[in-house]
Design a binder for this molecule. Structure first.
Ligand code: SAM
Length: 288
């Protein structure tokens, strides 16, 4: 049966994140019948098109030319073209180009069609074992250590599932930061190489995953990091923070005298004042 002609408009087409079987029948039909496919990397997408014997012309559409190229594509769309947008892998517009042209097309009154399919964040979430009722997808964490720590600290009171894309050369540092912010006992999931031959889910405490990864000669592959922080009481410090850090925070934030800050920390941790003092001294000795 011949394919029904495509309605004019912009098609945001999801492609596989590792397993070619994860392309949908509708995605194949749209890629075959579109006038043009705008690709994050034409060479990358050409491999997919060759595999499925699709001969639609391609044009590059990536982070560095998203603005000017969007104008060109928009001009064609206004003439009634059918343009498909794909990224290297997964769903366009999700930590990938696609969002800017979708917004421009909507503003110009052009129809925008989602063509759903593979996405690393959702694939990781559904097999993570973490709650999928309420979750936040953050894309990539900042690469600078200080900014990354701050971004994590902002989540300490949000008990929903948090999803991040992460790079293999940064995962060890990110888990180290997580240990400082949430404590070594925080449950965490790392989903690696989803839908590929060496797909792997690492589930455990931050401490366990750090030990596991430290034992590997190399850490490779694409990965997604997920966790749901144990919610802390309003005003409490993150469980991973030291007594010294908590005391310093209270002195600064609430203008407390040191002994009152220490009393408060002891109460919040459910320990005696002298025990908190001894722990504070131990921390200070470790730093000497
Ligand atoms: N748009 C894509 C999507 O829908 O998932 C994401 C693109 S983003 C530039 C690439 C990041 O997604 C990778 O660095 C990794 O964190 C994650 N990712 C992509 N494919 C993956 C896979 N097969 N397994 C695990 N993570 C993956």
């Amino acid at each position: 049966m011949p394919d029904t002609p495509l309605a004019p408009g912009l098609y945001l087409v999801a492609t596989p994140i590792g397993n070619l079987e994860d392309i949908t029948l509708r995605a194949l039909r749209i890629l075959r019948s579109a006038d043009r496919i705008a690709c994050e990397d034409t060479r990358q997408t050409q491999k997919l098109l060759n595999h499925f014997e699709i001969r639609t012309p391609t044009v590059s559409y990536h982070m560095h030319n998203e603005g000017p190229r969007a104008d060109e594509l928009l001009a064609e769309l206004k003439q009634g073209a059918r343009i498909a947008v794909v990224s290297d892998a997964g769903t366009p517009g999700i930590a990938d180009p696609g969002g800017q042209i979708a917004a421009a097309a909507i503003a110009a009154g052009i129809a925008v069609f989602p063509v759903p399919g593979a996405n690393a964040a959702i694939s990781a979430l559904i097999a993570s074992g973490l709650p999928g009722e309420g979750f936040t997808f953050h894309g990539f964490l900042p690469s600078k250590a200080g900014q990354r720590r701050t971004a994590l600290e902002e989540l300490a009171r949000d008990g929903r599932t948090h999803i991040f894309y992460e790079a293999p050369h940064r995962i060890a540092d990110t888990l180290a930061d997580m240990e400082v912010v949430f404590g070594a006992a925080q449950h965490v999931v790392v989903a690696r190489e989803l839908t590929k031959l060496h797909e792997e889910f690492l589930r455990g405490t931050v401490g366990e995953l750090r030990a596991e990864l430290a034992g590997r000669a190399v850490i490779r592959g694409e990965m997604v990091l997920l966790f749901a922080p144990a919610v802390q009481a309003e005003g409490a410090s993150p469980p991973g923070s030291s007594i010294a850090a908590e005391v310093a925070r209270l002195i600064q934030a609430e203008n407390l005298a040191e002994k009152d800050a220490l009393k408060r920390v002891a109460r919040e941790r459910g320990i005696g004042k002298s025990e908190a003092y001894r722990e504070l001294q131990r921390e200070q000795n470790r730093l000497r």
